[in-house]
Design a protein around this ligand. Structure first.
Ligand code: IMP
Length: 433
């Protein structure tokens, strides 16, 4: 893969497609790695040099000592979590000095946002979204309501204290009056904690939109790291069972401050089965022993919350929609090895809703919950593919499965097939040009 130019990587399902591994792999050919949306709700697992790291905010490219990593303005930024990750990296001898920057325009997630997230979820009871509890919804609400606190506000200590006071009072009043909930933390404690956070954050704060533009102008290669997945997008996902940000590729521009012409490739990460964590419709869900087997073989437990993920068959109706919404130019197929033991592998080709055949993913989540998946069945390969290192080494049935997915998903070229969590378990199929 020689001419790696600028690319955005996004999830095509409900998140947890294995984006971090692919970002880590592609980062080798990039100069800047940029997070542009989401927050510490994401859990990006990278396994390198036999060590496992779970990043929530630091871009996965940080594992390479020569890469510049940027947290863009579109991110809901939990500074305490970020500093924890910086400390963990430091403890492993990975220095971030002068190569990790956070946009001054990113909005802070404060402890009271997390309290409100939890209070709102318990108030909703059965109707709850099943959030990660990381304060994402309340922090983005503040941003849109124009009362948020931005990373740039950390620079002025007095103004910061004033803003935290106002934010705390507003959220406490909301929690008490609507949700009848108390806050576990006092204002003094938050102010005290943020005095330390502020000091430590100062070297990271930057006009990252300018830094990205400057790098782009000099021909540096940019890699945009998406979080969550297409169907958790606030506009295009299964609303209201979504996150509070756009997750589709278009958000890479607004969330980082560069124009659309900067992107050459839009790479969609596709898990070769489907998972979802949290509530909401899931047409191909397997609430049985096969679902349990996928969960076990795939280690399908949330990287952020540890919750068991719901598992189901591959759904081409969804992935076709993801191709459209993101303008995908390439697919990366992940976790193919999880299917090793299966005799047969069903692929959902279309839905039936109210007796009608539907090949298009409905934009209305209520209709999605009525969808009956219709499958075609592919033969399994029933062998261990974790050691395969080239496309040709894959069993014929595995290649046929890949080709069929590609064919149904508008014939988008398959860039990479991943057969295990390690860097070396990555098969390049089509070169990026
Ligand atoms: P929130 O983003 O914490 O508000 O959660 C909203 C929904 O998005 C819930 O269903 C979460 O489980 C889901 N979600 C948020 N982040 C991720 C992620 O990184 N992977 C998978 N699901 C996520």
């Amino acid at each position: 893969m020689s001419n790696m130019s600028n690319a955005v990587v996004v999830g095509t399902q409900w998140g947890d497609e294995g984006k971090a591994k692919v970002i880590d792999y592609l980062a080798d050919r990039s100069d800047l790695v940029i997070r542009f949306q989401g927050g510490a709700n994401a859990g990006h697992t990278v396994i390198a040099n036999r060590r496992k790291f779970i990043f929530h905010l630091v871009p996965s490219g940080i594992m390479y000592p020569d890469k510049v990593c940027i947290v863009g303005n579109g991110v809901a930024f939990d500074a305490e979590q970020f500093l924890k990750e910086v400390d963990e990296l430091d403890a492993c001898g990975i220095s971030v000095a002068e190569r990790l920057f956070v946009s001054d325009a990113a909005h802070l997630v404060l402890p009271y946002h997390k309290s409100l997230d939890t209070a709102s979820e318990s108030f909703m009871g059965k109707e709850k979204i099943g959030t990660t509890g990381r304060g994402i919804g309340p922090a983005y609400s503040d941003k849109i309501f124009r009362v948020g606190i931005r990373v740039g506000d950390l620079v002025d200590a007095d103004r910061l204290t004033e803003k935290i006071k106002n934010g705390f009072e507003r959220h406490r009043a909301l929690a008490a009056s609507i949700y009848k909930a108390d806050f576990p933390l006092s204002l003094d404690e938050i102010i005290h904690r943020y005095a330390a956070v502020r000091q430590r954050m100062l070297p990271f704060i930057d006009d990252t939109a300018f830094r990205i533009f400057e790098a782009y102008s000099k021909g540096k290669r940019l890699l945009f790291e998406g979080a969550q997945g297409t169907f958790l997008d606030i506009d295009h996902g299964t609303y209201p069972f979504v996150t509070s940000a756009n997750t589709v590729a278009g958000c890479a521009f607004t969330g980082s401050g560069i124009g659309p012409a900067a992107i050459d490739h839009v790479i969609g990460i596709v898990k070769t089965y489907t998972t979802r964590v949290g509530n909401g419709p899931f047409p191909t869900e397997l609430d049985n022993a096969t679902g349990e087997m996928l969960r076990k073989e795939g280690g399908e437990f949330g990287a952020t919350t540890g919750r068991p993920r719901r598992c189901g068959w591959f759904d081409t109706v969804m992935v076709r929609r993801a191709v459209q919404l993101n303008g995908l130019t390439h697919l990366v197929l992940t976790k193919l090895d999880v299917l090793n033991k299966l005799e047969e592998i069903p692929i959902c080709t279309h839905y039936e809703i109210r007796g009608k055949r539907l090949e298009r993913f409905p934009s209305n989540a209520a209709l999605v919950s009525e969808a009956i998946p219709v499958y075609e069945t592919m033969p399994g390969w029933k062998s261990d593919i974790a050691q395969c290192r080239s496309y040709g080494e894959l069993p014929l049935q595995a290649r046929t499965y890949i080709e069929r997915i590609r064919e149904i998903c508008y014939n988008i070229p398959v860039l990479i097939v991943s057969v295990g969590p390690e860097r070396r378990q990555t098969i390049e199929v089509t070169p990026l040009t």
